[in-house]
Ligand binder design. Structure first.
Ligand SMILES: Cc1ncc(COP(=O)(O)O)c(C=O)c1O
Length: 437
């Protein structure tokens, strides 16, 4: 066992969790343990990851974020820059998952009840408030894919009706409509969106010109896998004007910057909570706007009505994992989502400016903050195969990155969250330089 995982185990075994303790402390409170800090391996920033209250950072520099960084238990010496694939939960979230399972093992009946109560009274209302929605509009799922499928299957469509998606959708956003085409005779049209694109108006114009009188739904990302930021508000307004259902994939948005669902005006919104939100793996949600219930129905219960909607997937659900979302919410609320957005933007701006000094780099992220998200950066490196680069960078520098060989690119994707540092950015750029040398 490595030193880091030994410490993590010691932390999660921080003492028995009484039923009352779980309820009063909540999922985050059970994580009152001391874990090793996220470190660069030099030993210089090994600050104990205590669970003292988090003070929201006042600046953008690494020093301002040292206490936040200390809340993570990444193996010393490793740098994680692949949040767009899977987020790295802080120690408090890992401990809350463990505590939830412990509660079930100690007393399954009461444990189940108590975890359910945490979800009903803290997680769902907390998530709704965090996202500018009402609790009744939130359905917890295992991931974004499940939510995207539930929303798409629920849209009332007749054979011959059309759905418009964009060329940059994740398979999780595309496949539910292909399913509807195969099973229900729906026609799926795809509008090409360039990567990168020039402006919000360009995307709205392209989508508008691809609508037909038979279009009944449009489905698109908030942020694409390549980090391009679609103009969601304008696209939803366009859909509303034409009485078309808007179905948004927010897997790459929630937890990276503020998202206000009522303000965006979408009918459905689907996201993972195990990416930028730093929640436990296997968490996500479907948002269904209350007044869209007549057009998007339950995927499970044919007898549902708008007054008695039945959107929740039936059966046993992973209560400990879901209850631990309270710890992710606590973390995000303490840090402040606007601070998260500013810090991730600060780090990706630094990455972009370092990359600009390398020869053979073509930056593919959008040209302005209105077209590129704060956290993910894509670029090509002349003479370097992006898929081959991923394991090489890990081998040479213990840095986890990803590739983006899609949308016509041979790109590398680096997705940085609040705990990354300038030193890590320097290290990844130096390593990339060594690959292209
Ligand atoms: C844009 C987008 N949508 C959907 C998904 C699927 O997310 P999940 O694995 O949570 O289902 C991903 C995952 O990378 C994604 O990037």
């Amino acid at each position: 066992m490595t030193e880091g995982s030994k410490r993590a185990r010691a932390g999660t075994a921080a003492g028995p969790l009484s039923r009352r303790g779980f309820l009063t402390a909540g999922a985050a409170g059970v994580a009152g343990v001391s874990l090793s800090a996220c470190s660069d391996g030099t030993g210089q920033d090994d600050v104990p990851a205590t669970h003292s209250p988090i003070a929201s950072p006042t600046g953008l520099e690494d020093a301002d974020w040292a206490d936040i960084r200390a809340r993570f238990i990444l193996e010393p010496g490793t740098a994680y820059m692949n949040n767009a694939s899977l987020g790295m939960p802080p120690a408090s979230v890992a401990a809350a998952v463990g505590a939830g399972y412990e509660a079930l093992s100690r007393e399954p009946l009461h444990g189940k009840h108590d975890l359910g109560e945490v979800i009903a009274t803290r997680v769902v209302p907390g998530l709704a408030a965090f996202l500018g929605a009402d609790p009744e509009e939130i359905v917890l799922t295992r991931n974004a894919s499940e939510a995207l499928h539930m929303g798409a299957v629920g849209v009332h469509l007749e054979p011959g009706d059309e759905v418009l998606i964009t060329s940059q959708e994740h398979p999780a956003g595309r496949r539910p409509w292909e399913y509807r085409a195969a099973r229900h005779g729906v026609k799926v049209n795809t509008v090409f969106i360039p990567s990168p694109f020039e402006s919000e108006e360009q995307v709205t114009g392209l989508v508008e010109s691809a609508l037909t009188p038979a279009t009944r739904a449009i489905a698109f990302c908030h942020v694409t896998r390549g980090g391009h930021l679609y103009p969601v508000r304008s696209l939803c307004a366009l859909a509303r004007e034409r009485r078309i259902v808007s179905h948004v994939d927010g897997a790459q948005a929630v937890g990276m910057f503020p998202v206000d669902l009522h303000d965006l005006g979408c009918d459905t919104y689907c996201a993972s909570l195990h990416k930028w939100m730093l929640g436990p793996m296997g968490t996500g949600f479907l948002y269904l706007r209350a007044d869209a219930r007549d057009r998007v129905r339950s995927a499970f219960a044919p007898e549902d009505t708008t007054d008695t909607p039945a959107y929740h997937p039936p059966g046993t659900s992973p209560l400990p994992t879901r209850a631990a979302l309270a710890a992710s919410l606590d973390f995000m609320e303490a840090v402040g989502i606007a601070n998260v957005a500013a810090r991730t933007r600060h780090l990706s701006d630094q990455l972009k400016s370092r990359l600009a000094s390398l020869s053979g780099v073509t930056l593919l992220s959008g040209p302005t903050p209105a077209t590129s998200c704060p956290g993910s950066t894509i670029f090509e490196l002349e003479g370097v195969d992006a898929i081959a680069a991923v394991p090489l960078v890990e081998e040479r520098a213990k840095i986890h990155i990803d590739e983006h060989q899609r949308d016509g690119h041979n790109a590398i994707r680096i997705s940085t969250h609040v705990y990354n540092t300038t030193a890590e950015i320097d290290r990844v750029v130096e390593t990339l330089q060594s690959l292209s040398a």
